[in-house]
Design a protein. Structure first.
Length: 106
């Protein structure tokens, strides 16, 4: 159950990070909506009676990688202040490391 709760927390936090970026009026709204959908699907999947943890972990890894990549691009293009982006990147990388302690997400 530890992995399920951790995945749920990480996916939920990712959704909150995206909402906070959307509130800044970013010009990249379509990309943020797509990323939000990926993390929301993971979060929703984790409340189903039969959970495929391998798939959820792989989906989180893929979504997280895309989110960090997006944030790095945004950070260097100065679309959003680096002061807003860098802490989110740190949290997303920390989420990856935390999940790796439970399960190797490749």
């Amino acid at each position: 159950m530890g992995l399920v709760n951790t995945l749920k927390l990480c996916a939920g936090n990712s959704c909150e990070h995206i909402k906070s970026l959307q509130s800044l009026g970013c010009i990249c709204d379509a990309e943020l909506r797509a990323l939000f959908g990926l993390f929301k699907n993971i979060d929703d999947c984790l409340v189903q009676p039969a959970i495929d943890l391998d798939k959820c972990c792989e989906d989180f890894e893929r979504a997280n990688r895309a989110f960090v990549y997006f944030l790095e691009i945004v950070k260097f293009n100065e679309v959003i202040s680096i002061d807003k982006v860098q802490p989110i990147i740190y949290e997303q990388l920390r989420a990856k490391r935390t999940l790796d302690t439970f399960y190797i997400c490749s």
